[in-house]
Design a protein around this ligand. Structure first.
Ligand SMILES: [Mg+2]
Length: 250
């Protein structure tokens, strides 16, 4: 599914008592820079960085600066309106896989994510079990707990399936819906719903494929290098300028 019209059609017949979860990164919002667009060979730059986190001594500084400095855009301009329409009939929550609590230069990932989405005009059903903020699972073996904050469920060190497991310990929705750009998370949540005997509808959302633009490969390499060595993210235009100046100097 690529467009919000298709999504809206798929969600129109949902029965009462359905709870909708929506992924954030590359489903609702995505970085503005062409480096992260669909056709870019560098689009997994941050994922690759996370995979190598143990080898990068200032990993948290690099990641948190990137998050604070990179600009974002809505994957579809129609998202805020669709979410508001869905909220009239169903609880609508975000389900996002990332660290919770403080990381590097970001004092609270919960607050950062909430601010970022609010600035894009997106807001979710604010409370869960009467609370706007709660810690849902925390054990000493994992560095980051699962948290809920203003409608946003964050996995911390756990999986999206683990979050749904916790959710279904106390809730019995008629159905769970997840809209996500990653198939593995849809499978994970599908399995969690099956464990609890709750019907599941997974929507594989490919809105990213409609965002056109290809980065200049030399500038993209420069952006990556600059991020790794200076823990600073340069947006495309600024990076192109710096890259040009640097090539004159050499
Ligand atoms: Mg995603």
């Amino acid at each position: 599914m690529h467009t919000l019209q298709q999504l809206q059609n798929a969600l129109a017949p949902l029965q009462e008592g359905t709870v909708i979860f929506i992924d954030v990164d590359d489903t609702l919002i995505t970085p503005k820079s062409k480096v992260f667009h669909w056709a870019s060979p560098h689009r997994f730059l941050i994922d690759d960085l996370k995979k190598n986190r143990d080898k990068i001594p200032n990993f948290e500084e690099i990641l948190s600066h990137w998050r604070l400095q990179r600009e974002t855009m809505l994957v579809s301009e129609e998202w805020p309106k669709l979410i508001n329409t869905l909220k009239e009939k169903h609880p609508v929550y975000a389900l996002t896989k990332m660290e919770t609590g403080p990381i590097g230069a970001i004092p609270s990932m919960e607050q950062w994510r909430y601010d970022e989405l609010t600035h894009k005009g997106i807001s979710f059903t604010p409370s869960f079990k009467g609370e706007v903020k709660s810690v849902l699972k925390d054990d000493l073996l994992q560095p980051c707990p699962i948290t809920f904050s203003h409608g946003i469920f964050i996995t911390g060190s756990y999986t999206k399936g683990d979050v749904i497991d916790i959710f279904l310990e106390t809730q019995t929705p008629a159905q769970i819906v997840l809209i996500d750009d990653r198939e593995e998370y849809l499978c994970d949540v599908k399995e969690a719903c099956a464990r609890h005997g709750i019907p599941f509808l997974g929507i594989f959302f490919k809105g990213m494929e409609l965002i056109a633009g290809f980065p200049d490969p030399k500038v993209a390499d420069f952006q990556k290098e600059h991020l790794l060595t200076h823990a600073e993210w340069l947006e495309d235009e600024k990076a192109a300028e710096y890259f040009l100046i640097q090539s004159y100097v050499q």
